[in-house]
Design a binder for this molecule. Structure first.
Ligand code: ADP
Ligand code: GLC
Length: 495
């Protein structure tokens, strides 16, 4: 099959979170299965044009009543090789993407012209196919920034009966909490009539909701874990789109993300002091723990359990319950328990300030504010436990990375965390991590306490759990096959 991934992020070119990892890793896995896969993302300011090749000639994209002009660059996806090549295309439009930030920046977290930037991007996907003379069987779009691809296919391209008449569309939800809701004064720019505004489901309390329109228009929908697929159909976790997802439930499923084992593998990782695997874990992890303690300025101590975190600092990740001033449990955890805690993260400024304040007052808590790919690998390798108390988690990659690196996850029993972590049973020693149900400061405190207790009192069980986690198969192969089946199911019935 010919598959075109349309996304706002793709590792290593543009990344704010797991979306980028997923798009590139799935593309590689599909290419290995023998499919022809291409990715299209915007050319953001940070992506150096010098490492890309320019396609000849400018590209026109009909928008509003007129036309926008842009350039197109291309490069191979790193890791894809000659045998299973995956090509990435970059849409280069100076006014929309020639600025710092993907969706916004610290001063302007959600650019005012985002609906126009991403409407343009979604429309440009079709022009790119025309320009390159390559027409996909499947247009696979990701999250709200690319959701309008589905609308353009259904309400513009398919009715024309041209090159896209037989194409099908899939929309993957990576996070229902972000929908792209903007004033409907932006709608004219999309160049679709007002009938489409209502028929495609853009309308949302008199505003324009890009994800919602995608959910109505795509042939098939999915999200990134089976558990989250069920949760999003409930009022509690549906972010007011649960009704739409129930309405489309025959076409809506959950497919668990895998991890890219060429990037996230302690036996091959260039960012850790000594490579290791399940058969020889002790020394490799001990070296990584020393290096991590040194990096964060913590006392060198092999016996104290080290808990790591790598996260966006937003309420989705449970940081309110952990670090909230006065009520968050991090202070008591670090005061009452003999452990070390390190955090690598960036996000909401209240939280950045709070964790910096805490780390100056607590000798056993250190943080690094910022985004640092190499250090995130060292945190996974050097930690004994990995804390992820998410409010909700569509899939979550870090808890899989941590199991692969022999750090036991401490997580809330929700979404993809529930699908990828097995809770510890202290009677039998079963499990690969520690889980709690309700998200509140006390529950985080108790569960971290439980893990620390096991560290000091059931060390043999901890070592066995570590082994079990490291031997789990989180590779993409299984899930890539499920995507192929999904693609095939939406092609059934197409000419
Ligand atoms: P989400 O996409 O919701 O943030 P995931 O667990 O799916 O959650 O993916 C997060 C990805 O982003 C992981 O690859 C993680 O290592 C990375 N990440 C998050 N914050 C940072 C950071 N501050 N520095 C480096 N990597 C980070
Ligand atoms: C989103 C979700 C995360 C998921 C990632 C990749 O960012 O928050 O849970 O792992 O997308 O699908």
């Amino acid at each position: 099959m010919k598959i075109l991934m349309a996304s706002s992020e793709a590792h290593p070119y543009a990344k704010t979170g797991g979306l980028a990892d997923m798009v590139s890793a799935l593309s590689l896995a599909l290419a290995k299965e023998g499919h022809e896969v291409r990715i299209v993302i915007p050319r953001y300011y940070d992506i150096d044009r010098g490492v890309l090749s320019l396609l000849e000639g400018a590209m026109g994209v009909p928008m509003g009543g007129g036309e926008e002009w842009c350039a197109v660059y291309t490069a191979p996806l790193p890791g894809s090789g000659k045998k299973h090549p995956v090509r990435v295309y970059f849409i280069d439009h100076e006014q929309f993407f020639g600025r710092e930030g993907i969706y916004g920046n610290p001063w302007d977290p959600d650019f005012l012209d985002n609906p126009r930037r991403f409407a343009f991007f979604s429309r440009s996907v079709f022009q790119l196919c025309r320009k390159t003379g390559w027409f996909p069987d499947i247009l696979h779009s990701h999250d709200w920034p690319a959701a309008m691809v589905n609308v353009y296919l259904k309400f513009w391209e398919r009715p024309l009966g041209g090159e896209f008449a037989a194409a099908s569309s899939v929309l993957t939800i990576h996070n229902l909490g972000y929908q792209g809701i903007y004033g409907k004064d932006n709608y004219g720019y999309a160049g679709l009539g007002w009938d489409v505004f209502y028929n495609a489901g853009f309308e949302d309390w008199d505003k324009m909701n890009l994800l919602k329109a995608g959910l109505y228009s795509a042939d098939k929908l999915n999200t990134v874990s089976p558990h989250y697929a069920e949760e999003t159909k409930t009022q509690a976790q549906g972010f007011h789109l649960d009704g739409v997802l129930r309405y489309r439930s025959a076409d809506y499923s959950g497919i668990l993300n895998g991890i890219d084992t060429t990037v996230w593998n302690p036996a091959k990782d260039p960012y850790i002091p000594q490579k290791y695997n399940a058969a020889a874990v002790r020394e490799g992890k001990a070296r990584a723990k020393e290096a991590l303690q040194r990096e964060f300025g913590l006392p060198q101590d092999a016996d104290t359990p080290l808990i790591g975190m790598v996260t966006r600092l937003t309420s989705q990740k449970g940081v309110g319950e952990l670090f909230g001033p006065a009520h968050g449990s991090a202070w008591s955890i670090c005061q009452d328990m003999k452990l070390q805690l390190v955090l690598l993260g960036s996000g909401e400024s209240w939280c950045e300030h709070e964790v910096q304040g805490l780390s100056s007052r607590l000798p056993n808590f250190k943080c690094r504010i910022g985004y640092q790919e190499d250090l995130s690998h060292l945190v996974e390798a050097g930690s004994d436990f990995f804390l992820m108390p998410s409010l909700y988690e569509p899939c979550g990659l870090n808890q899989m990375y941590s199991q692969a690196y022999g750090a036991l996850p401490i997580v809330r029993n929700t979404g993809g965390l529930a699908d990828t972590v097995e809770n510890y049973n202290q009677e039998t020693g079963e499990g690969t991590g520690f889980m709690f149900d309700e998200l509140n400061p006390q529950a985080i405190y108790n569960t971290v306490g439980w893990a620390v207790w096991a560290w000091y009192n059931r060390r043999e069980q901890i070592e066995v759990m570590r082994q079990r986690g490291m031997k789990k198969d989180f590779s993409w192969e299984k899930s890539a096959k499920k995507y192929v089946a999904l693609y095939e199911s939406c092609r059934a019935g197409r000419p």
